[in-house]
Design a protein around this ligand. Structure first.
Ligand SMILES: [Zn+2]
Ligand SMILES: [Zn+2]
Length: 287
C-alpha cells in the first residue's frame, strides 16, 4: 500500500515536471511554465583562425538547437555589434555581451559576461582585474567565470582560481571530455566549486558548431539578463547538477543543470589535430 502511494506521488511529480526536451520541442502540451527554463551557452567564439562559420551561422545553429541564451565571448575583445544583436533578437535568442579575457604573462583565461564595458586594454593581470572587479565593474549584473580552469594548457587559471575565488561567480564544466584524456580536468574544478560553494555551468566553448550539442546548461530563470545573472549569482554548488545525455534524464528541480556527453573519437581526434597544427604554425611564425 505504502509502495503504491509512493509510486502515485512519484509519477504525479514526474508528469507535473515534464521533460525539458519535450517541452522545448513542443512534443507535449505546456500547462507548465517552460519559459522559466533557459537552455544556455555562456562561452562561444566566432573569430579564431580555425573557425569556419560566421557569427550569423552561430546564431542560426543556436536557434536550431533550441538555445535561449547565448554569450559571444571572443578572446581579448568584446564583439557585440548592432547587426548581431538584431540577428539574435530576430531568432528569439537572448544574446549577452561577453569576453574571454587574458590575464598576466601566461594569458590566463577568464570569462566576463553581461557587460560590453570590460576595459581589455588596461587590464594586464589578476591584480588589475581585481581592482576593476571591486571598483568599476557593475558586479550585480556581471558574471565572472573560470573557464576550463584545470586543463593542460598554460592559459588555464589553475591555482590562481582558488587564490582569487572571491572574484568568481561560477566555474565552468568544460565540454572537452574524452576517454582518451588521462584524467578528467573537470574533476578538480568540481572539487573547488564544492569547497567554496560556487555554481557549475556547463559550456560548449564553441569553436566548431557541433560543439553546441556536447555540453550546455539549463538555467531556471526568466529570459532576461537580470534574472539569468541573478539566478547564477544566487546559486551554490548544491543548486547544480550534471547529467549525461545518454541517461536521458531531465532534472528540473535544480537551478542549474549541466547536460553533457563525452566527445566521440572522431571529435577528439579532430580537435587534437587542429591544436597541434595551430601550435606548429604559431611556432613556425615566431622562428
Ligand atoms: Zn579559454
Ligand atoms: Zn574559449
Amino acid at each position: 500500500m505504502r509502495f503504491k502511494i509512493f509510486c502515485a506521488i512519484t509519477s504525479m511529480r514526474i508528469s507535473t515536471l515534464g521533460r525539458y526536451s519535450d517541452l522545448k520541442s513542443g512534443r507535449i502540451s505546456v500547462e507548465y511554465p517552460c519559459d522559466n527554463f533557459q537552455k544556455c551557452c555562456f562561452h562561444a567564439h566566432t573569430k579564431e583562425n580555425m573557425i569556419k562559420y560566421s557569427p550569423q551561422d552561430l546564431i542560426h545553429v543556436a536557434k536550431k538547437q533550441g538555445y535561449d541564451v547565448l554569450a559571444i565571448t571572443e578572446h581579448g575583445e568584446t564583439y557585440f555589434p548592432q547587426s548581431i544583436r538584431k540577428e539574435a533578437a530576430n531568432s528569439g535568442i537572448l544574446l549577452l555581451p561577453g569576453i574571454e579575457a587574458y590575464l598576466g604573462s601566461e594569458r590566463d583565461h577568464v570569462l566576463v559576461i553581461n557587460t560590453d564595458k570590460y576595459p581589455a586594454k588596461s587590464i594586464k593581470d589578476i591584480k588589475d582585474f581585481r581592482i576593476w572587479a571591486e571598483n568599476d565593474c557593475d558586479r550585480g549584473n556581471t558574471l565572472i567565470g573560470a573557464p576550463h580552469p584545470y586543463y593542460y594548457d598554460k592559459c588555464c587559471i589553475g591555482d590562481k582560481l582558488e587564490e582569487n575565488i572571491d572574484l568568481f561567480d561560477f566555474i565552468e564544466y568544460s565540454f572537452f571530455r574524452s576517454f582518451f584524456l588521462p584524467t578528467d580536468p573537470n574533476e578538480p574544478a568540481l572539487e573547488i566549486a564544492e569547497k567554496y560553494n560556487k555554481p557549475i555551468l556547463g559550456t560548449g566553448d564553441i569553436h566548431r558548431l557541433w560543439q553546441f550539442g556536447s555540453t550546455y546548461s539549463v538555467v531556471k530563470a526568466k529570459k532576461n539578463p537580470y534574472d539569468v545573472v541573478s539566478v547564477i549569482k544566487n546559486s551554490g554548488f548544491g543548486d547544480c547538477c550534471i547529467e549525461e545525455h545518454f541517461k536521458n534524464e531531465n532534472n528540473l528541480e535544480k537551478n542549474i543543470t549541466t547536460k553533457t556527453r563525452r566527445l566521440t573519437a572522431m571529435e577528439f581526434a579532430g580537435i587534437m589535430k587542429e591544436v597541434i597544427i595551430g601550435k606548429f604554425s604559431r611556432n613556425f611564425k615566431k622562428s
